[in-house]
Design a protein around this ligand. Structure first.
Ligand SMILES: [Zn+2]
Length: 381
């Protein structure tokens, strides 16, 4: 059943400005037009704040992402608005004088202007949240670019937070605003038309307001109840997990996921996960299946992940703060990209000598093939 089209008269869903200066929380809801739950969640938060008994410092503002598609209840018109935020793409829009070629260009130019205006009037640090829902059932979770500031922020949510998933895609909205100095994260709130998804996204907004310092969460039942509700929804899944590898597939692989996996699911060593034309795909160790592909076409069969212990998180934080990643250039066949200091170029012939995971420890999680070379890149702390 398609979601019912949304009644939406403008991009700005609401803005609540505190009397005292302070941080800003900017949220985007419905960057995919078939995901209106975040807009409903935001409307509830604004209705509560309008009662006037919650002290607010700084500002909360929420924007609808893809307004035209939200009105029609479709994901997008011509292209995915959450894949258009590379520097090159935004520079191309700027070069054509912000003239829109298609519907998503129009949405992007407007949204860019709206967020830049919010950053312009900010009186403190800015946190940007991107609110989504998904077609598959499962526990809400958070993904984010692996910078230390963003790790710290998302660590407060009692949901599974997945390190290394945002880096699997190019051109995500949050990544663009991380480069502009915001602390950003993306939340998948649950299934598109499940009323519980609105509840979860509302809880995420309350906790974000509290963690950012816009409201004093200790005094507010909505924040306390939000923590409890999300913690209960997480069940026995870990708080922090990381993507170890991606199962890339093509149509010729005839990839078929085994039934029964939720969007994040534990798997035992040797368990059958999927089949393709070469045979069975089994779990290499005990670990986690993330975002299994069940419907439609895609190039990601699933992601393979594992739980990250508090000790490992602490170790990587310390190593990164010390700048030990400079030493990675001493590995055989590894050189820092002279034009992009946040990127290493790895000779694929010698990359077999050590696991790419050594880069993960330092936040280098974006692995790409570029002109026959392998590059690993991180977002800047
Ligand atoms: Zn989405």
């Amino acid at each position: 059943m398609p979601p019912s089209p949304l009644s939406l008269d403008r991009r700005e869903i609401g803005r609540h400005v505190g009397a005292a200066p302070g941080p800003s929380v900017v949220a985007v809801a419905g960057v995919h037009g078939n995901e209106p739950a975040g807009i409903e969640a935001a409307r509830r938060v604004f209705a509560r704040l309008e009662r006037g008994d919650v002290a607010v410092r700084g500002e909360l503002v929420v924007f609808a992402g893809n307004v035209a598609s939200l009105r029609r209840g479709v994901r997008y018109e011509t292209k995915d608005l959450n894949r258009q935020w590379s520097e090159a793409r935004v520079a191309a829009l700027r070069a054509q004088g912000w003239a829109a070629v298609d519907a998503e260009d129009r949405e992007q130019v407007e949204l860019l202007g709206a967020i830049e205006a919010a950053l312009g009037r900010a009186r403190g640090a800015v946190t940007l949240a991107d609110l989504h829902t998904s077609s598959a059932a499962g526990v809400p979770f958070i993904l984010f670019g692996d910078t230390l500031a963003q790790r710290r922020f998302v660590g407060a949510f009692p949901l599974p937070v997945i390190i290394g998933l945002e880096e699997q895609v190019d051109g995500a909205l949050t990544e663009y605003w991380t480069r502009r100095g915001c602390v950003t994260f993306t939340v998948e709130g649950g299934q598109h038309d499940d009323p519980a998804s609105v509840d979860s996204l509302e809880a995420v907004l309350w906790i974000a307001l509290s963690e950012a310092g816009v409201i004093d969460g200790a005094a507010l039942p909505e924040v306390r109840d939000g923590y409890a509700a999300l913690d209960a929804r997480r069940g026995d899944l870990p708080r922090v997990l990381e993507v170890v590898s991606r199962r890339a597939i093509t149509a010729e692989d005839t990839f078929q996921m085994e039934p029964g996996f939720r969007n994040i699911a534990r798997a035992r060593a040797g368990q059958l996960l999927a089949r393709d034309r070469r045979g069975e795909i089994v779990a290499p160790h005990d670990g986690l299946v993330i975002l299994p592909l069940y419907q439609g076409l895609g190039s990601d069969g699933f992601f393979w992940g594992r739980e990250v212990s508090a000790g490992r998180l602490r170790a990587s934080r310390v190593l990164r703060a010390l700048g030990v990643d400079r030493l990675l250039a001493l590995l055989p066949g590894v050189a820092r990209d002279p034009r992009t200091p946040s990127r290493f170029v790895v000779d694929t012939q010698v990359a077999r000598l050590f696991p790419l995971e050594v880069f993960h420890l330092f936040g280098y999680r974006r692995v790409r093939e570029r002109g026959g070379k392998l590059t690993v890149e991180r977002q800047l702390d």
